[in-house]
Design a protein around this ligand. Structure first.
Ligand SMILES: Cc1cc2nc3c(=O)[nH]c(=O)nc-3n(C[C@H](O)[C@H](O)[C@H](O)COP(=O)(O)OP(=O)(O)OC[C@H]3O[C@@H](n4cnc5c(N)ncnc54)[C@H](O)[C@@H]3O)c2cc1C
Length: 421
């Protein structure tokens, strides 16, 4: 959602106490934490609205999140900063529907959805042993006993094999589910991180705010005060306490927080970029929903390129202002702006001829979806990178909404502590 620049920060002088570069979730959380502690902050944001990677476009009466995204309500950091009730969340059904052999099979969380849990027993997408292993894993994750330490960490594919899951369960269930959320269809990322995500799925729900994912950063920005945010101002260079904008304008601040995505942070710091994981998503409008389910639909037979699909308006009807259905087909781990034809063919394979009546809305392809999070990487990285420079973002914690917000808070807290000394 575009914002006008009418809420421009009126600087009292050109040297705010703390200057934050980037109004994504990390920058906004850092700013709110600093402001609550009585500090004066200014955020400079290159784009025309807050949110960073969490943006929602209004297009032909639909709300299109820039790339399919979900809020996991189990993220512990949310309650510290957000009024979740005001977001009017709509939840996906627990579990997932797996497309295999021409039909959908239900894998549900039997403790939370007893009726579809019974269906799980008859589902052939995974074996009986896998179902038992899944229940065991769920139980131990909730009790915290299945989480692995940084030293023991390995890639999630190996870890699932160690837990006894069959190739069938890995390919049919974990690749589209965890590969989808972690943008990692090869399952080469950290098991420690994937297990945390699974725990979030088991303890909370996956949800969409009534007004789109951008409602999350918008709420943070409202609480902070829009007068503290300068939109459409890109930072080109940092010389200690002097920040130079693309326009040539300079802002002097004794404390500079870099809250940009990792590739830009690396450029500003003159460091080598670390690898990114891309993601694409094709949005369609349809006259009718192809299924009534509010569960996530997973590709259980590698029919690709979309690994997970959501009938968004089944979950959140507010994403459409007319009676049309909104469908998101997500392609995690791939930058494929030209995916429309192959996704349309895949959807025809799943839903038949009705797909001929679907209308393509937009395709999003995002090169930097998330930082690559490899096994044994630390969950927490340092917050200060020089006497006057600080840093936060999902690349300093876990690559997620949770990680970005924790990172913003941690950096703000250590900055506050240093100011007191
Ligand atoms: C399609 C997609 C799906 C995702 N799905 C999920 C999901 O389901 N669940 C989940 O938890 N996470 C998901 N993520 C990850 C999550 O969105 C990010 O981890 C999180 O939003 C990162 O926030 P951030 O503040 O660290 O960075 P960003 O959101 O990237 O914010 C950085 C900000 O800095 C600004 N900036 C950059 N350069 C400059 C400059 N030179 N001057 C001024 N400002 C600048 C940018 O414009 C941006 O606003 C997804 C990401 C994508 C892209």
């Amino acid at each position: 959602m575009e914002e006008t620049n009418s809420h421009r920060y009126e600087r009292k002088d050109s040297s705010p106490e703390i200057l934050i570069i980037g109004a994504g979730l990390a920058g906004l959380t850092a700013a709110s934490t600093l402001k609550k502690a009585g500090r004066e902050v200014l955020i400079v944001e290159a784009n025309d609205a807050v949110g960073g990677r969490v943006r929602t476009d209004i297009h032909e009466g639909f709300l299109l999140d820039r790339g399919f995204q979900i809020l996991l309500t189990g993220y512990p950091e949310l309650d510290r900063h957000l009024d979740l009730e005001a977001l009017e969340l709509n939840s996906f059904a627990p579990g997932a529907n797996i497309f295999r052999n021409g039909k959908f099979e239900v894998i549900s969380d039997p403790f939370r959805s007893l009726s579809s849990g019974l269906l799980t027993i008859t589902s052939s997408a995974i074996t009986i042993q896998d179902k038992l292993a899944l229940l065991r894993l769920r139980y131990s994750l909730i009790r915290g006993t299945a989480l692995v330490s940084q030293n023991e960490d390995k890639n999630i594919l190996e870890h699932l094999e160690t837990l006894g899951f069959s190739k069938k369960a890995i390919n049919n269930f974990f690749v589209p589910l965890l590969g989808g959320i972690g943008l990692d269809p090869e399952l080469q990322g950290s098991a420690r991180l994937s297990l945390l995500i699974l725990k979030m799925l088991f303890t909370g729900t996956a949800a969409l705010p009534k007004n789109g994912m951008q409602a999350i950063p918008n709420q943070l920005a409202e609480n902070l005060g829009r007068e503290n945010i300068l939109l459409n101002h890109s930072v080109e260079k940092i010389n200690d306490t002097e920040v130079i904008l693309e326009s040539g304008e300079k802002i002097i601040s004794p404390h500079v927080v870099i809250a940009t995505e990792s590739p830009v942070a690396s450029q500003l710091l003159g460091e080598q970029e670390s690898p990114s994981k891309p993601v694409s998503c094709v949005y369609f409008a349809a006259p009718h929903a192809p299924t009534k389910t509010t569960a996530l639909l997973l590709d259980g037979q590698n029919s690709g390129p979309a690994l997970n699909v959501a009938i968004i308006t089944n979950i959140a009807p507010s994403y459409s202002s007319n009676n049309e259905t909104l469908i998101a087909s997500a392609i995690p781990g791939r930058y494929t702006p030209e995916a429309l034809q192959s996704v349309t063919e895949q959807m025809r394979n799943w839903f038949g001829e009705q797909v001929d009546d679907w209308r393509h809305l937009r395709t999003y392809s995002i090169r930097h979806g998330q930082p690559d999070f490899r096994p044994k990487m630390p969950f927490r990285r340092s917050t200060q990178i020089g006497p006057t420079k600080w840093i936060c973002g999902d690349h300093r914690d876990t690559p997620s909404i949770q990680g970005a917000m924790v990172s913003g808070r941690r950096t703000a807290e250590s900055l506050i502590k240093s100011l007191k000394n």
